[in-house]
Ligand binder design. Structure first.
Ligand SMILES: [Zn+2]
Ligand SMILES: [Zn+2]
Length: 88
């Protein structure tokens, strides 16, 4: 009888369950069992999204250097926190 199997995540070491249907699916497809827990698998995708490149930009008002996710050639003028809040 097939049961859920426990695996240790290779990334965070946490135990996670792979249900029988999922195991059967992997076996059927001939692909190896997952090596990362669902959180890490999800996290990897999220991580990619979060790991946006930061660009050194100048505040459009006072010229202080800051980091922005907007590249220098983007049409947005960026402001440092101080100037940004001073605007409103
Ligand atoms: Zn994990
Ligand atoms: Zn500023």
């Amino acid at each position: 009888m097939e049961q859920s199997a426990k695996f240790n995540c290779r990334k965070c070491g946490k135990e996670f369950l792979v249900i029988a249907q999922e195991q059967a699916f992997y076996k059927q497809k001939g692909i190896p069992m997952p090596f990362a827990c669902p959180e890490c698998r999800r996290g990897r995708r999220q991580g990619l999204r979060n790991k946006r490149k930061l660009y050194a930009r100048e505040c459009g008002k006072c010229g202080v250097m800051l980091e922005s996710t907007y590249p220098p050639d983007s049409p947005y003028t960026i402001y440092c926190e101080k100037c940004y809040f001073a605007e409103f």
